[in-house]
Design a protein around this ligand. Structure first.
Ligand SMILES: NC(=O)c1ccc[n+]([C@@H]2O[C@H](COP(=O)([O-])OP(=O)(O)OC[C@H]3O[C@@H](n4cnc5c(N)ncnc54)[C@H](OP(=O)(O)O)[C@@H]3O)[C@@H](O)[C@H]2O)c1
Length: 274
């Protein structure tokens, strides 16, 4: 891919995206990075060899894609500034900001703008992320392919046809790493409670969750079939699962994800206020 990418925002996600693209073979010089904290952009320049720009307009000049990687609450001011930059109408705008709809972005950037909205997650930092993407009708097939390459540099990519599903995606995979970290905490604490030394309990929990996820990912069998396979009748796993079911684990997760989805909707409404 030879496209020039303007990346605004050199924080955690900006670093992950630039790093993933460079590792994936994208020419570092054709990634132009700008950040109000110049030292943050410079850090990417020093570590990855990307082009560091002193202002956003310089980063945008001649770029075919503009990646917006600032915090959601900073997006309005940034897009207002960028909407004046010549050539924006020919660019793909790729936003990774949580909770900001394409309608809101088009209101800030101009209605003809080609916009892809993406919801990634933090394993993108180690190129093991998963992201859902939604494109406005203005986005061409070539621009869709470009967005797939950019987000694919840090993990798996799933296209949505209905933007309203983005709130559910946010609830499942956007916030999801925190649920897994919580599970790891619970397993470690329960192991310590049974008398295991804390470092051993942590290692066993981490290796079990990582190993089970890898097994499920590499298997043609569904997670429920894999679960049944390790659950001998009358055995230890069956006893533990019985306790989890009595605690209504399914319902608890449904409630948790519904709460996250509702919060995502509320945030989107708040950001959308003109
Ligand atoms: N991290 C996650 O788990 C995650 C997951 C999914 C999606 N996202 C999305 O990814 C986006 C970036 O998150 P992050 O954690 O990487 O944020 P971050 O660490 O705050 O990085 C954003 C950077 O952009 C800079 N900036 C702000 N306004 C700017 C402007 N007008 N022009 C140029 N630079 C500007 C910020 O500077 P200041 O420090 O001065 O503000 C900061 O250095 C967010 O919208 C978030 O919703 C993050």
């Amino acid at each position: 891919m030879t496209d020039t990418i303007a990346l605004i925002g050199a924080g955690n996600m900006g670093l992950a995206l630039a790093g993933g693209l460079v590792k994936g073979g994208h020419a570092p010089r054709s990634i132009r990075v700008a950040d109000t904290v110049h030292a943050a952009a410079q850090r990417l320049g020093d570590t990855l060899g990307v082009t560091v720009c002193h202002d956003n307009a310089t980063a945008l000049a001649g770029a075919s894609v503009l990646v917006l990687a600032v915090k959601p609450q900073q997006m309005r001011a940034l897009t207002r500034e960028l909407s004046e930059v010549p050539g924006l109408a020919q660019m793909l705008v790729l936003s990774i900001a949580a909770g900001i709809t394409t309608t809101t972005l088009a209101g800030w950037l101009g209605p003809a703008t080609a916009i892809v909205r993406s919801m990634p997650n933090t394993p993108a930092l180690i190129r093991r992320g998963t992201a859902a993407l939604y494109a406005t009708p203005e986005v061409s097939a070539a621009q869709r392919a470009l967005a797939t390459v950019i987000m694919g540099a840090v993990g798996q990519v799933h296209w949505l046809e209905d933007e309203s599903q983005m709130d559910a995606v946010t609830a499942l995979s956007g916030s999801g790493p925190a649920y897994v970290f919580r599970l790891l905490e619970c397993l470690e604490e329960a192991g310590v409670d049974l008398g295991l030394p804390a470092p051993l309990a942590r290692a066993l929990a981490l290796e079990t969750v990582g190993g089970a996820a890898a097994l499920a990912q590499g298997s043609p069998l569904s997670p429920s079939v894999l679960r049944v396979q390790v659950t001998s009748p009358g055995g230890t796993t069956e006893r533990a699962l019985q306790v989890l079911n009595e605690g209504n684990l399914d319902e608890l997760f449904q409630r948790a994800l519904r709460a996250a989805r509702d919060r995502s909707r509320t945030l989107a409404e708040e950001f959308g206020v003109p």
